[in-house]
Write a protein that binds this ligand. Sequence first.
Ligand code: HEM
Length: 88
Amino acid sequence: VGGRIRPVSPTELSLHNTQNNAWLAIRGRVYNITHYLPFHPGGSEELMRGAGMDATELFDKVHPWVNYDSLLAKCLVGPLSFDRPDAD
Ligand code: HEM
């Protein structure tokens, strides 16, 4: 089943910050990491530090060599967009 790829704003991303519903962004791509959490070699708590945000810096500080894009290929939600300045 192919996922529906669609843009995600920083505000929407920020709402997905719990163990049961965790998204993060790396280099402009948003991933749903919920199902990867138990498999993260560094533990779910470490991975949760990046939940709900652009975790690029955090990720690169720990392990820039890890191929997150292939590991999380099926977890891609879509590109990180911008918040609309006029959104209410
Ligand atoms: C290992 C933290 C995101 C995949 C680790 C370790 C830490 C860590 C501390 C070392 C564990 C150890 O050696 O005892 C974090 C933090 C993240 C994050 C804070 C927040 C952004 C990710 C993501 C992926 C990932 C998004 C890929 C889907 C891995 C892999 C290892 C690892 C494959 C083993 C790396 C190796 O041994 O070379 N992580 N991680 N991590 N993490 Fe993450």
